[in-house]
Design a protein around this ligand. Structure first.
Ligand code: ADP
Length: 269
């Protein structure tokens, strides 16, 4: 009986060991594969605007600069492409800062209600008239400890997508709720939506549902990946719900354990 027991133990030990080894290899291979894919994506993303610019600059150098009907639009293309490359490089720097070990959070206690309101106001001032904003939250103060620069960027990225993908006359709705020690933010639009099989992937670096269309809208494909990293660095989660042809809702949560401060009311505002 004892012998049997030890054999079983041995077997279990061996199998456990084997599983661990296999697991390590796949994990390492996956990291390496992701890294290679990332470098290839970055190269591709930069090559596209650069080759576009090269052909427009060649045409200008070959004489188009003298044609006042053509030259301005050719220059405009090179300008747009340059701006997109700058956005892309800035996004990449942002991601690489977050990947580095000395990545720091700068947290402050803020009244989330006024913080969120200020960001929505800023977009409302500069947005075109093709979308309407609807605020679905009360003015009650809720205090939360966050890195305001980072959560500002999360909201900027989500809201600019909601506006970008909104149809004429569409509504962009803003809301948040607080329960179970979580603050849950919601931003929804009436846009074209995202096919079911792609919804889970929009937070991946460089993932776009419609590559050509997203590029023509000036996107870098990194906005939601950055948003995800920032939300997760706060200990929160981010996800999307979408119905193709009807709209998209982005949710994210932030840990909220400052209920005591709510009582303090405007003293903290
Ligand atoms: P991009 O710079 O292309 O907007 P993002 O990371 O911000 O990159 O978004 C990734 C992709 O997710 C977009 O290209 C688009 O296909 C899809 N997406 C994001 N937000 C929305 C939205 N509100 N409605 C429809 N599609 C969206």
């Amino acid at each position: 009986l004892r012998a049997n027991f030890s054999v079983i133990q041995k077997e279990t030990g061996f199998i456990n060991g084997l599983i661990t080894v296999l697991h390590d290899i796949t994990e390492q291979e996956k990291i390496e594969m992701d890294r290679r894919e990332f470098v290839s994506n970055v190269s591709h993303e930069l090559r596209t605007p650069l080759t576009t610019m090269r052909s427009y600059l060649e045409a200008l150098a070959d004489g188009a600069w003298q044609d006042e009907n053509i030259a301005p639009s050719f220059l405009h293309v090179t300008q747009t492409e340059t701006e997109r490359m700058i956005r892309l490089v800035n996004d990449l720097l942002q991601l690489s800062r977050m990947d580095s070990a000395d990545y720091e959070m700068n947290k402050d206690i803020v009244n989330f209600t006024s913080f969120f309101t200020r960001i929505i106001d800023r977009f409302e001032m500069s947005k075109s008239d093709h979308v309407n904003f609807v605020r679905l939250f009360s003015e009650v103060s809720h205090y939360i400890e966050i890195d305001t620069d980072k959560i500002t960027q999360v909201l900027d990225n989500i809201i600019s997508n909601a506006i970008k993908y909104s149809p004429d006359g569409g509504n962009v709705r803003f809301g948040f709720t607080v329960h179970d020690n979580m603050l849950k933010v919601m931003i929804s639009d009436d846009g074209m939506g995202i096919p079911k099989e792609n919804v889970g992937r929009i937070f991946e670096r460089f993932y776009r549902v419609d590559r050509a269309r997203a590029r023509s809208m000036g996107g870098t494909g990194l906005g939601l990946a950055i948003a995800r990293e920032m939300v997760e660095a706060h200990g929160g989660k981010i996800w999307a719900e979408s119905e193709e042809g009807h709209g998209t809702t982005i949710f994210f949560t932030l840990p909220y354990d400052l209920e005591d401060f709510d009582e303090a009311g405007d003293e903290w505002a």
